[in-house]
Design a protein around this ligand. Structure first.
Ligand SMILES: [Zn+2]
Length: 195
C-alpha cells in the first residue's frame, strides 16, 4: 500500500476499504454512541492465511465441507466491521452505523454487550503467529481515522480477550499493543501537525 493516509469515514463507510456486504448485522440500540474499538484475530482454517475463507464465513457462504475445522463453526453467523488481511488490504463488511456480530457475550468497564457500542476490527492472524508489519501500519491509520469520526473511542481500545476474558484469547500474545499504540500516537501527532 503506497498511500497509507487515504482512509476516511463517510456515512458509516470506510473509504479506502473494499466493501463486501455481510448479512450478519442489526441495528445498534437507539441513542447508542460508538465508544469502543475491539481488536480481534481470525484465520480460517486456524493459523492458515489467504484463501478467502474469512470473507466467505462473514457472508454465510463458507462451504462447511471444505475443511474439518469448518464443521466446528458450521452455521455460526458472525461478522466484524473490518478485516485487515495479511497484505494490509482492508475489507468492510458492516457499516459502522450498524451493529456487527463480533464480540459475543462481553463487557467493557462494566458495560455489557460490547457489540452495541463498538467497532470490531479483525486482523487476519492467529494466537501463535506474529502479525505483518503492514497490518500494524494500516490498523493504526484506520483507528486514527475512526477516532476522528467517533471521538468517544479516543481512549477506548480493547482486545477481544479484554472484554471476554476466559472465553476469548484474541488478538493473542503476538499482538504488540505497545508498537500499535506508538504508531497510533505518531499518526495522531502527524495529523495534528498538518492542521
Ligand atoms: Zn475475537
Amino acid at each position: 500500500m503506497s498511500d497509507l493516509t487515504k482512509f476516511q469515514v463517510i456515512d458509516g463507510e470506510l473509504i479506502g476499504a473494499r466493501q463486501i456486504a455481510s448479512p450478519n448485522f442489526n441495528q445498534r440500540p437507539e441513542n447508542t454512541e460508538i465508544q469502543l474499538v475491539v481488536i480481534h484475530n481470525i484465520s480460517l482454517p486456524p493459523s492458515q492465511f489467504g484463501g478467502g475463507y474469512i470473507e466467505q464465513f462473514f457472508q454465510n457462504r463458507l462451504d462447511w465441507s471444505e475443511h474439518p475445522y469448518f464443521r466446528t463453526i458450521e452455521g455460526m453467523q458472525v461478522s466484524a466491521h473490518l478485516l485487515i488481511l495479511r497484505t494490509g488490504e482492508v475489507l468492510q463488511f458492516v457499516n459502522f452505523k450498524n451493529r456487527a456480530w463480533h464480540a459475543g457475550r462481553s463487557s467493557y468497564l462494566a458495560k455489557v454487550e460490547c457489540n452495541d457500542y463498538s467497532i470490531g476490527i479483525e486482523l487476519e492472524g492467529s494466537d501463535d503467529t506474529d502479525f505483518e508489519d503492514v497490518q500494524y501500519q494500516v490498523l493504526s491509520e484506520v483507528v486514527a481515522t475512526l477516532q476522528l469520526a467517533y471521538p468517544k473511542i479516543e481512549q477506548h481500545l480493547a482486545g477481544h480477550s479484554d472484554i471476554a476474558p476466559g472465553r476469548k484469547t484474541d488478538p493473542g500474545p503476538h499482538f504488540d499493543w505497545q508498537y500499535f499504540r506508538e504508531l497510533l500516537m505518531n499518526i495522531k501527532k502527524r495529523n495534528s501537525d498538518m492542521n
